[in-house]
Design a protein around this ligand. Sequence first.
Ligand code: FAD
Length: 341
Amino acid sequence: MASPRVAVVGAGLVGLSTALRITEALPSCRVTILSEQFSPNTTSDVAAGMLIPHTYPGTPIHVQKQWFKETFTYLFAISSSAEAPEAGIHLVSGWQVFKNPPKDEVPFWSDVVLGFRSMSEAELQKFPQHKYGQAFTTLKCDCPPYLLWLENRLKANGVHLHTRKVADLWELHGEYDIVVNCAGIGARQLVGDQQLFPVRGQVLKVHAPWVKNFVRDGDGSTYIYPGVHSITLGGTREKDSWHLSPDSGTTKDIFDRCCSLEPSLQRAQDIRVKVGLRPSRSHVRLQREVLSRGGAKLLVVHNYGHGAGGFSVHRGTAEEAARLVAECIAALQGSLSRAKL
Ligand code: FAD
């Protein structure tokens, strides 16, 4: 097969980064992205984009660490290049603080981020309600700019991007040889995955350019993540809520919690409120599947369910999805040569 036709469904972070990795690793493929929404209207646009891993209970830790490491290495190289401002990738230092020391004082990702250490007594004085903390430097993606940068790279690599809602993967049979499902929370309807559920997140984007360090309360409920153009203040984690409108009581609560960690935020201006639905599952569905219907076959690669940690692992999962696409191509080539015999 000279040029396998690959459709990637979804144009959030996962769809765009997966399509890009496919074009890099398998340049003979003709890749098309089909998506109901593009940036700035995806969940990925709402995210803070910090590289601090979320733990997936159903995935072995060494696999999660590998995904995080590949993502960190990839983005670190961009942050150290002339591309950094356009891609919206930058290093950021700060603190994760705890009211009580956590069970695991050295998380699995501590040797991937830079300069991980326990906070000193002097540093802890900034957080009188907290007893313990970790200081480190990590990376942050400014979300809409990074998604736009990915889109531009894809166009430069010859990928076509079309607005289209896919109601059933079988619609794509005949038009494409392989379908890559990166539909995020949309996969619940698209492939009927009942293990996938939304975790609603509300955040504030504010202007407070004097805040340079990130602060995260260790339980992940409250965070202050400075980006290039705005600071993300969070947040909420509301399981099974599909409610996309901002809640004003929640906005006030987030703002108050963040001000108690960083009082200077009381002077923040230009407060905008965003809501997104994290596509959550016990583990990312990263899997090859052959669908059959009336003698016809459709080769599918699933890559969705990144929950609260898509930015932290996206390049690693894109790498694995591209490898699964290569397996599909090998299977197609095998069946073509068997048909010729
Ligand atoms: P999406 O961005 O939702 O993209 C899905 C795409 O599929 C969309 O383009 C959609 O239109 C398309 N689609 C869906 N159904 C169909 C269909 N039937 N046909 C065609 N197209 C379809 N992660 C981190 O690592 N660090 C963070 O700091 C961080 N902060 C976050 C803060 C908040 C408030 C939220 C909500 C999330 C945060 N996340 C963070 C998580 C991260 O945003 C997600 O893991 C990630 O964005 C998921 O990307 P995705 O591409 O799978 O989904």
